[in-house]
Design a binder for this molecule. Structure first.
Ligand code: TYM
Length: 335
């Protein structure tokens, strides 16, 4: 990619918080789709500023940020073709967030389901950043004139509020922002917890409820063996009545790139033990080459830092263009 986003190409933007072990849910719901935009200019940030809305251990956060950067590359994102960078390395994100705060209503932010969920989960720390989280996310997206935002289903509401803010701003000042579309393939929108399959698999839940992208094969097998299913014994895709089995079938069909019918047919006459074994083999086959590449990338810390620095400069250049335009439009004095 050139140092500037070519206006004719689509722009794709997404991010992941380096706030825990990156899960199979993050991989299937988001990361895996990041590599599928050949004809677009893609930016993928490590959303480190967002993680501060929940207390982090500083040394852990630093480590997880480097680790997530290495995972991005190990999953097949070429850092010369995709702009992979830390959100905090590009000050324009926080700067635009301030401006957009002044165009976002308390009422709409208080309706965000993630805010309500996280306020319950962290009742002792309902901070202003947690409330304001979607505005920073809108800034991430809007700074780059993004067309498409590949995310899991849980982020849909945040992309929608981003669109609302952008439309409101454009209504006042002309076409400043591109209005982004969410990109959420139905099949992969929500991978469920292994222990409570009516709940989303989440990196902030206990270890045994998720598979991590960096889990060893023996851990993957063990966690899947313990995955909650049901007692009727029939392998059938029925998310409402059989959430555990259906979740395993989803993982299997997505990773094997097969239709759900073919996946179910391939297991005909077999039991849940065989289903779990098949899922474990598919997950291990998918993750092993990623882990191998990851180990090489993470061993070269200097290379990783240099890549992040280079890419933050590319992102900052693009972000400045939008930020300057916004400052001018709202009437901030230019020198
Ligand atoms: P985060 O870090 O919670 O999750 C990263 C991505 O993984 C998706 N995801 C899932 N998809 C399917 N099944 C699951 N169980 C599952 N769990 C997580 C999420 O939907 C997400 O796409 N706010 C974002 C990070 C962010 C961002 C952005 C995203 C910051 N700025 C700008 C897009 C654009 C977040 O916390 O994702």
């Amino acid at each position: 990619m050139e140092n500037a986003v070519n206006e004719k190409r689509k722009v794709v933007f997404s991010g992941i918080q380096p706030s825990g072990n990156i899960t199979l849910g993050n991989y299937i719901g988001a990361l895996r789709n990041f590599t599928s935009f050949d004809d677009a200019d893609c930016l993928y940030c490590l959303a480190d500023l967002h993680t501060l809305t929940v207390r982090q251990v500083p040394a852990e956060l630093r480590k997880r940020t480097a680790s997530l950067a290495a995972i991005y590359v190990a999953c097949g994102l070429d850092p010369d073709k995709n702009i992979i960078y830390c959100q905090s390395h590009v000050p324009a994100h926080a700067e635009l967030a301030w401006i957009l705060n002044c165009y976002t209503y308390m009422g709409e932010l208080s309706r965000m389901t993630q805010f309500k969920d996280k306020s319950q989960k962290h009742a002792d720390n309902i901070n202003a950043g947690l409330f304001d989280y979607p505005v920073l996310m809108a800034s991430d997206i809007l700074l780059y004139q993004t067309d498409l935002v590949p995310v899991g289903g849980d982020q849909k509401q945040h992309v929608e509020i981003c669109r609302d803010i952008a439309q409101r701003f454009n209504g006042l000042y002309g076409d400043v922002f591109t209005i982004p579309e969410p990109y959420i393939p139905k099949a992969t929108a929500k991978i469920m917890s292994l222990s409570e399959p009516t709940k989303k698999m989440s990196k902030s839940d206990p270890e045994d409820t998720f598979i991590a992208v960096l889990d060893k094969p023996e851990d993957i097998r063990r966690k899947l063996k313990r995955a909650v299913t049901d007692s009727d014994g029939e392998i059938r895709y029925d998310p409402e009545n059989k959430p555990g089995v259906s979740n395993l079938l989803t993982i299997l069909s997505v990773l094997k790139k097969e239709s759900m019918e073919d996946t179910v047919a391939s297991l005909s006459g077999l039991g849940y033990g065989a289903l779990k074994e098949a899922v474990a083999e598919a997950v291990i086959a998918e993750l092993s080459p990623i882990q191998e590449r990851y180990n090489a990338i993470i061993a070269d810390k200097d290379g990783l830092s240099a890549m992040l620095k280079r890419n933050a400069e590319r992102a900052a250049y693009l972000a400045q263009k939008t930020l300057r335009k916004v400052y001018k439009k709202v009437g901030l004095y230019q020198v």
